[in-house]
Design a protein. Structure first.
Length: 330
């Protein structure tokens, strides 16, 4: 017999509301704590990204409080609580804006532009793919279950690390300051994907645990159909908003990866043939940049151009840096 989640009682719902909503007698204290943690985590995240430090970025993920108002938005949506819904959305939007603003300011201080070409933290967050959505959905489900079940709430720090909310916003700010607007848009898409995953999986988890059963029943069949239709429309809209750009990004990344691999095979073989050495390869805005090094004289690249055409690669999409290398034996 299939196992089903235990149904919730009104006391469980009250605990959930108390844990995520910014209302009640201690609302001011909760809001103050949110802003203190958000500002500090944003500074840590922006500094970690700028320094290309994975450990620092992970620390920022643990401290970041953005997961709370996003879960509050989800729960308020399920409960139809307009007051908490408005308050939670406002905290998410203003919190995201503050995180981006802090990163922009830090970008002005850093002497070198922080972009994907010279920073692995940025590079890993500017080209979100469908696989990132899958990971976000699974992580969002864990976070929602941890909200419902107190016995596994210890999983929330892991959720904060996996869902990655503030670091993408830091990347948005740093790349905006550097003028890399396409990279900023990609990082923003990653943030929106993670938020949508938390909201979408949260609604499903709440349904599985019977939160909807705790709400007042619609008086008429027409009202019940209206509620169902509203839920379907919201879910479909979220899916379109996220899936379309993620699909395009995934196809672009896949195409670039295949092209880059083909160019590497051809350029490596050519470099060996002329007595030079293949050094590196990277793709930037659809152009494949190849770097080879060797002793003078600089080899003629006509043969490389011919080889690229024979491999079905448009040479105009390839840029080659020929770096003279000198070695001295003592």
């Amino acid at each position: 017999m299939a196992m089903r989640p235990a149904r919730l009682a009104m006391s469980d719902l009250a605990e959930m509301r108390a844990s995520v909503f910014f209302d009640g007698p201690r609302a001011g204290e909760r809001v103050t704590r949110f802003w203190i943690l958000l500002v500090l985590s944003s500074i840590i995240a922006a500094a970690g990204v700028a320094a290309d430090s994975t450990a620092t970025v992970i620390g920022a993920m643990i401290v970041a409080p953005l997961l709370l108002p996003i879960q509050a938005t989800m729960l308020a949506t399920v409960l139809g609580d307009r007051g908490n819904l408005t308050r939670s959305i406002a905290l998410v939007l203003t919190g995201a804006a503050v995180a981006i603003g802090i990163a922009v300011v830090l970008g002005l201080i850093v002497p070198v532009d922080v972009v994907a070409q010279n920073n692995s933290q940025v590079a890993s967050r500017v080209n979100p793919r469908l696989i990132d959505l899958l990971a976000a959905l699974a992580t969002g489900a864990v976070g929602s279950i941890a909200l419902v079940r107190r016995d596994i709430s210890d999983a929330l720090p892991g959720v904060a690390i996996a869902i990655s909310l503030v670091p993408p916003l830091s990347v948005v700010g740093l790349t905006l300051e550097a003028g890399a607007f396409e990279q900023a848009l990609g990082a923003l898409l990653l943030f929106v994907t993670n938020v949508a995953a938390i909201l979408g999986t949260g609604v499903v988890v709440m349904a599985l645990y019977g939160v909807n059963g705790l709400l007042p029943k619609p008086a008429t069949p027409r009202e019940r159909r209206a509620r169902l239709r509203k839920g379907i429309l919201v879910t479909a809209a979220m899916g379109v908003v996220i899936l379309v750009p993620l699909s395009v990004s995934s196809l672009t990344v896949a195409e670039s990866t295949v092209r880059e691999a083909s160019v590497q095979v051809v350029s490596s073989a050519w470099a060996t043939a002329v007595g030079w050495k293949f050094v590196s390869i990277a793709t930037d805005r659809g152009q494949v940049n190849v770097r080879v090094a060797g002793a003078l004289p600089v080899p003629n690249t006509d043969d490389l151009q011919r080889r690229l055409r024979e491999a079905g690669i448009d040479p105009s999409l390839v840029h080659v840096d020929l770096v003279p290398a000198y070695s001295v034996d003592f």
